[in-house]
Design a binder for this molecule. Structure first.
Ligand SMILES: [Zn+2]
Length: 66
């Protein structure tokens, strides 16, 4: 599935707001919710849309957690 298609389907599980791509548009490393300042990581190509798995934006580094 293309990232743009994913973006249209996915929403922040906390505020249900729209998400932005983090990293490469073809293979994003995560999806950012600007409203929550939270990044939902992509693991093995699968977005992990769980509030408890979200990484605070300021702690996010490309490729995942520290
Ligand atoms: Zn949100």
């Amino acid at each position: 599935m293309k990232t743009q298609e994913l973006l249209e389907i996915l929403a922040c599980p906390r505020c249900l707001g729209p998400l932005e791509i983090m990293g490469d548009a073809e293979s994003p490393s995560g999806f950012l919710c600007p409203a929550c300042a939270a990044v939902y990581p992509v693991r093995d190509g699968i977005p992990v849309m769980l509030v408890e798995e979200a990484v605070p934006r300021e702690q996010w580094t490309e490729g995942g957690r520290d």
